[in-house]
Every structure is written in structure tokens, then in C-alpha cells.
Design a protein around this ligand. Structure first.
Ligand SMILES: *Cc1c(COP(=O)(O)O)cnc(C)c1O
Length: 338
């Protein structure tokens, strides 16, 4: 048995999801004719109380389209230094938008309104024009940490005062919503635009949605085509998204409980020096002196457990739909025998 904690992207579609995909009504989405894509976009926009949505192949694409739409070449984007948009999208902010970045040192990925206020450039010809703030929730490198809505509200106020747009990389936003008992509607009110991944904890094979005002989504649709993301009978994968939004949201709680079980067990082990506080489905731990993440990951692999070494000292485990309670028990047993 292989127990795969490398990411929540490794899930396979469930039987119910596959059935929904097989039954999907499809058309040519570039022509606007795919009823399943149209339904997914309408459903997503409705869930968040936003005007419109755009279905895209990946979360990288939804983020990059948003950044492209919100900036002009030479503008500056404010984000935490660990942000996916900066660290893991191939330099896309520069490549696609010719924009620069102001990196902030957040608390496990979360930045504050004061930090944002202090990093907006003055209206000075020497400086790039600050036009966008991008937050991540949950924060991947923060170990699945979540924002408080109050802080986001404060950040939004700063953005409104200074004429900036506020984007959310919500690859794992539903994990935060479930863990913090928040609502999608609250997030819809706080952000100008939101990207949500369907292919992570929600268990779809492919896809992300970008949410925003109707005029923004119209522009985003044009950029999606330029980026090569216009898909034809995409309804087969959109149907998986509809199924996930209806059936796979509440169960995220189970992934969070599993992550907490792993956290508790890891905290007892001699070769673990620290576990980042677990809030959702990500467990990041630091290995004690004398051990290396690479070595531990290799030992785990021999025993059928897959994980990633994410830095010179840290290992990441991500729980998801295909991890069962038995697998968690087995994992803890294996860790205790290392
Ligand atoms: C996975 C992820 C994305 C998007 O990734 P894709 O693989 O392109 O779908 C964006 N932001 C965060 C924080 C992620 O974890």
C-alpha cells in the first residue's frame, strides 16, 4: 500500500464524480456553448456572491490572469515572500505581466494591513506604481495557516483608501472556510477577485475557477485565450467541479482531523524538532539536528509513505480525500518505528 502525502493534488476522481463526468452535457466552451462549464461558472459565482466566474485549467493560470488584468507593465504587486504567485508560478508575474513584486515577511504566510500600508510606494517617478495586493488562504508554506476575516477587512480598507485591487489565491480556500466556519460569501465581499482550485482538496482531476466582477471576467476570458487556456468540451471536467462543490466541501473536516492526528504523533518523536501548528490539511515539520529531510523522506518511501522535503530542514505532509483513517494509523505506526 502506498500512502501519498505529497500533495492534495494526487487524488483520483471518486465513483460519484466519474459518473457525473460521464453524464456531462458538453459543447464548445470557447464559443460559450458548454452547458456544464456555464453551470460551474454560475454556481461558483453564486456561492461567493460574485458577479461572474471563469473556469481555467489550473490555479497558476487563474492567479496569473488575475495579476495580468489588475496590473500594467512596471506596476508592483504586494505579497508575502512565501506566496505561491511569487515562488511557484515560474516567475509568471514578470513573464506574463512585466510587473515587479514587493515581498513582505508575514506570519506563516499571512501579512497585515499595517505591513501593506507601509509598503505601498509613494507617487514618485522613481518608484513602481503599486496596484495590487495578493493574499493566499490557506497559506501553503505557512503549513495551511488561515487568515482572520478582521485582518482581511483591514487590508481591504487600506486597498480602498489607496486605490489598490485585492486578489486572493484561494487554492485551498475551502479548507479555510470549513476549518474556521466562515462562508464563501464573506470572502466574496472582501476581495475584488478570487482564485479557487478544484483539483486540490476538492478532489477534481483538473481545474480552477476565477471569480470577480462581470467586466473583470470578460477581460480575464480574453487573457485566458491568449494564455492558451481556452478549452473546448471542457464540460467533462467542469462536471467534476460541480460535483465537488456539492459533495466534497464538508468532508474537508475529515482531512483536517487526520492532519491533527499526524501533528500529535509527530510532536512525540525524537527526530522531529517542531511541527507548525496544524489548522487545516497541511503538516509541515522540522527535523531535529542530526537528521535530514531527504534521508527521512527516503526511509518513509521504503515503507510506502510518500512525502516531500520542502527545505533543508522541513518535510510536508498533505492529507486529502484518498487518505483513510486506517492509513493515518498505519502512518503513525511507521513513524514511531523509524
Ligand atoms: C496549488 C496551488 C496553486 C495553483 O496550482 P496549480 O497546480 O497551477 O493548479 C496556487 N496557489 C497555491 C497556494 C497552491 O497551493
Amino acid at each position: 500500500m502506498i500512502i501519498d502525502y505529497r500533495s492534495d493534488t494526487v487524488t483520483r476522481p471518486t465513483a460519484g464524480m466519474l459518473e457525473a463526468m460521464m453524464r456531462a452535457k458538453v459543447g464548445d466552451d470557447v464559443l460559450g456553448d458548454d452547458p456544464s462549464v456555464n453551470e460551474l461558472e454560475a454556481l461558483s459565482a453564486d456561492l461567493f456572491g460574485m458577479e461572474a466566474a471563469l473556469f481555467c485549467p489550473s490555479g497558476t493560470m487563474t492567479n496569473q490572469i488575475a495579476i495580468k488584468c489588475h496590473t500594467q507593465p512596471g506596476d508592483e504587486v504586494i505579497c508575502d515572500f512565501t506566496s505561491h504567485v511569487y515562488q511557484y508560478e515560474g516567475g509568471g508575474i514578470a513573464f506574463n505581466s512585466s510587473a515587479s513584486v514587493q515581498l513582505l515577511q508575514g506570519n506563516r504566510g499571512r501579512i497585515t494591513a499595517d505591513q501593506v500600508r507601509n509598503s505601498i510606494n509613494a507617487d514618485d517617478v522613481h518608484k513602481p506604481h503599486t496596484s495590487l495586493v495578493s493574499l493566499e488562504n490557506t497559506c501553503n508554506r505557512g503549513g495551511g495557516s488561515c487568515y482572520e476575516l478582521e485582518e482581511i477587512q483591514k487590508i481591504r480598507t487600506v486597498c480602498d483608501e489607496r486605490g489598490l485591487k485585492l486578489h486572493l489565491d484561494g487554492a485551498r480556500l475551502y479548507n479555510a472556510i470549513v476549518a474556521k466556519k466562515q462562508s464563501a460569501q464573506e470572502f466574496g465581499q472582501l476581495f475584488h477577485t478570487i482564485s479557487v482550485c478544484l483539483s486540490k482538496g476538492l478532489g477534481c482531476p483538473v481545474g480552477s475557477v476565477l471569480l470577480g466582477p462581470a467586466d473583470f471576467i470578460k477581460k480575464a476570458r480574453r487573457i485566458r485565450k491568449v494564455f492558451g487556456g481556452g478549452m473546448r468540451q471542457a464540460g467533462f471536467i467542469a462536471a467534476a467541479g460541480i460535483y465537488a462543490l456539492r459533495n466534497h466541501v464538508d468532508r474537508l473536516e475529515e482531512d483536517h482531523q487526520h492532519a491533527k492526528q499526524l501533528e500529535a504523533a509527530l510532536n512525540e518523536l525524537p527526530f522531529v524538532s517542531q511541527v507548525l501548528p496544524v489548522e487545516t490539511n497541511i503538516v509541515i515539520f522540522t527535523v531535529a539536528e542530526g537528521y535530514t529531510p531527504q534521508n527521512l523522506v527516503a526511509q518513509l518511501k521504503e515503507k510506502g509513505i510518500l512525502a516531500y522535503a520542502i527545505s533543508a530542514t522541513q518535510i510536508r505532509l498533505v492529507t486529502h480525500l484518498d487518505v483513510t483513517p486506517d492509513m493515518i494509523n498505519e502512518t503513525i505506526r511507521i513513524f514511531q518505528q523509524l
